[in-house]
Design a protein around this ligand. Structure first.
Ligand SMILES: Cc1cc2nc3c(=O)[nH]c(=O)nc-3n(C[C@H](O)[C@H](O)[C@H](O)COP(=O)(O)OP(=O)(O)OC[C@H]3O[C@@H](n4cnc5c(N)ncnc54)[C@H](O)[C@@H]3O)c2cc1C
Length: 482
C-alpha cells in the first residue's frame, strides 16, 4: 500500500533546496506539489508586470526541476482556500505543507486556511523558510521590535545551515488537472520584456549561477561595489531571494564559507552579510507594523504637504528629468527590471525631495517595474528615503544628483550606458549637461531640450522647497504638542 497523500503548496519558495515544507512532506507522504495563482491573495499589492514576467519563468523552471526527480507541479488559478479544499477532496490529502509568508495579505490567507483545515481535520504544517529567522524572534530586551538597525544587527545570531533538496519525490498517483502556464497570462502583451529577458535567468539554477559569479567576482570588492553602479560587483540576488529560488540560509553560508576560505573576501563578505540582515530587518518591520506599506511609520508624516504633478511624475517614470544619474537609473529599471541600490536611493530622493511627490507614488512604480519588487524591502527603502520610516535618513538630508553622480559614477560610464544621447559628452559635464559650454554640447551632438531634456526642476530651489515642507510638519507637530 502507498503512503498517505499530502499537498505541498508552493508560494514564495520556488526551490527544492532548503525547502523545509517540501522536505518534511516528501519524508512522510506521497505528495502533490501545487502553485495557485490567486490575484486576491496579494491584497492591495497584486504582482506587478515585471514580477509576473519573473513568476512565469520561475514556475516553468520549478516544474522542470520537480519533473527531474519524478514529480510535477500542478498549476491552478483562483481563490487559494477554495482550491486547496477542492484538491484535498480530489486526493484525500491528510495534510498541507507550506512555508510561511509574512506580508499582511498572505498571513490573512494562512489564518483562513488554518481554520478551514481545522474543520476538515486535515493537518496544517507551516514552516519558516524565507528568512534567516522567523520575524519577531529578534526583539529588544523589553520584547519590542527593533526600529533601529544597528542594535538589531548586534543581536543577530548565527543562522542555521540549509537543508538538502530531496533526491526523489513520491507523487500522488491520481493527478488532478493542471492549467497550462501560458493560460495564466503572466507575460506582457506588449513587446517590453526583451531587456529583462537578456538580463536574467530566473529559477533555482539561475540563482546558483548568479551566486557563483558573485562569489568569484563581486564579494571581495562588495564594499566598493555597493556604491558603484557603473561596475557589476553587487550580487543581483534580490529577485531570486524574493521568489525564494534561493534561501537566505543558503546565501549566508555560501558567503561565510568564502570568507573562511579566502582572506580577501572578508571585508566585502562581512559587509554583504550585514545587507542580508537589512532584508531581515525590513521583514520584521512590516510584520510588526503591517500598515506601513500604506502609512508612514512616523505619524507626523501623515500631514506632509506632498505635491502631485502628473507631468513631473511621468518624466521621472521614463527617465526624462534632465538629471543624468536619475535618468540612467530609471531607464535601467525600465529596461532590466532592476536598479543598483545606490541609484535607487538617488532616484527615490529626487522624487520625494526635488519633486515633492509622495513616496507612495515611487513605491507603486517600483512595484510594477522591479523584478525584485518586495513589499518589505520596498516599503523600507521608500520610507527610509522619505525620512518617515524606521532608522530613516533624516528628511533634511537631500541628495544632490550632480554630486552623487560625480562621486559614484566618476567616469560617467553608467550614464553613458543608459542615456546614450549623452555618450559623447566629456566626463566633466556628463552629470550636469546644462552647465556645459555650448561648444561642448555642439561637439557632443546635443541640443538640450531636444535630444535630452533640460532639468525639470532647479535642484537648489527644490531643496529649499523640500526643507520648507519638512519644517511645516515639524511646526504642526510642535503646535499639536502644545
Ligand atoms: C527606494 C528603494 C526601494 C527598494 N525596493 C526594493 C524591493 O522592492 N525589493 C528588494 O529586494 N530590495 C529593494 N530595495 C533594497 C535594495 O536596493 C535591493 O535589495 C538591492 O539593490 C538588490 O540588488 P542586489 O541583490 O544586487 O543587492 P546586494 O547589494 O547584493 O545585497 C544582497 C541582498 O541583501 C538585501 N538587501 C540589500 N540592501 C538592502 C536594503 N537596503 N534593504 C533590504 N534588503 C537589502 C537584498 O535582499 C539583496 O538582494 C530598495 C531600496 C530602495 C532605496
Amino acid at each position: 500500500m502507498g503512503k498517505k497523500s499530502a499537498i505541498v503548496w508552493f508560494r514564495s519558495d520556488l526551490r527544492l533546496t532548503d525547502n523545509p515544507a517540501l522536505k518534511a512532506a516528501v519524508d512522510a507522504f506521497d505528495v502533490l506539489p501545487v502553485f495557485i495563482y490567486d490575484r486576491e491573495a496579494e491584497g492591495d499589492w497584486p504582482f506587478g508586470a515585471a514580477s509576473r514576467w519573473w513568476l512565469h519563468h520561475s514556475l516553468a523552471r520549478l516544474k522542470e526541476s520537480l519533473e527531474e526527480i519524478g514529480s510535477t507541479l500542478i498549476i491552478t488559478e483562483g481563490k487559494t482556500v477554495a482550491i486547496l479544499e477542492e484538491l484535498i477532496s480530489q486526493t484525500s490529502a491528510k495534510a498541507i505543507f507550506f512555508n510561511k509568508r509574512y506580508e499582511p495579505a498572505a498571513r490573512k490567507i494562512e489564518v483562513e486556511l488554518g481554520e478551514t483545515l481545522d474543520e476538515l481535520k486535515v493537518d496544517c504544517k507551516a514552516f519558516d523558510a524565507n528568512l534567516l529567522f522567523p520575524p519577531s524572534s529578534i526583539l529588544t530586551k523589553e520584547g519590542n521590535p527593533y526600529k533601529v538597525f544597528t542594535p538589531f544587527w548586534r543581536a543577530f545570531p548565527e543562522p542555521a545551515k540549509p537543508i538538502r533538496k530531496p533526491s526523489a519525490i513520491s507523487t500522488v498517483s491520481k493527478l488532478p488537472a493542471s492549467k497550462a502556464l501560458d493560460s495564466l497570462k503572466l507575460l506582457p502583451t506588449i513587446n517590453w520584456d526583451e531587456g529583462i529577458e537578456a538580463a536574467w535567468e530566473p529559477g533555482e539554477a539561475g540563482a546558483q549561477k548568479q551566486l557563483r559569479a558573485f562569489l568569484k567576482e563581486g564579494v571581495a570588492e562588495y564594499k566598493f561595489g555597493r556604491n558603484r553602479p557603473d561596475r557589476v560587483l553587487v550580487s543581483r540576488m534580490s529577485p531570486y531571494l524574493h521568489f525564494g529560488e534561493i534561501s537566505p540560509k543558503n546565501l549566508w553560508h555560501a558567503v561565510q564559507q568564502k570568507i573562511d576560505s579566502d582572506g580577501k573576501a572578508q571585508g566585502g563578505g562581512e559587509c554583504y552579510l550585514r545587507e542580508l540582515a537589512w532584508r531581515e530587518f525590513a521583514h520584521n518591520l512590516l510584520f510588526s507594523f503591517p500598515d506601513t506599506a500604506e502609512q508612514p511609520l512616523r505619524p507626523e508624516f501623515k500631514k506632509f504637504p506632498w505635491d502631485s504633478d502628473d507631468l513631473l511624475l511621468k518624466a521621472w517614470h521614463r527617465g526624462n528629468t534632465g538629471y543624468p544619474i536619475v535618468d540612467a537609473g530609471m531607464r535601467e529599471l525600465w529596461t532590466t527590471g532592476w536598479m543598483h541600490n545606490r541609484v535607487r536611493m538617488v532616484v527615490a530622493s529626487f522624487l520625494v525631495k526635488d519633486l515633492l511627490i509622495s513616496w507612495k507614488e515611487g513605491a507603486a512604480w517600483f512595484w510594477d517595474t522591479l523584478v525584485d519588487a518586495d513589499l518589505s524591502n520596498n516599503t523600507l527603502g521608500w520610507q527610509w528615503t522619505a525620512g518617515c520610516g524606521a532608522d530613516a535618513a533624516p528628511y533634511f538630508r537631500v541628495f544632490n544628483p550632480m554630486t552623487q553622480g560625480e562621486k559614484f559614477d566618476p567616469d560617467g560610464n553608467y550614464v553613458r550606458k543608459w542615456v546614450p544621447e549623452l555618450s559623447k559628452l566629456r566626463t566633466k559635464w556628463i552629470h550636469k549637461p546644462w552647465l556645459a559650454p555650448s561648444e561642448e554640447l555642439v561637439a557632443a551632438g546635443i541640443t538640450l531640450g531636444k535630444d535630452y531634456p533640460a532639468p525639470i526642476v532647479d535642484h537648489a530651489a527644490a531643496r529649499h522647497r523640500a526643507l520648507d515642507a519638512f519644517a511645516s510638519i515639524k511646526t504642526k507637530q510642535q503646535a499639536s504638542v502644545k
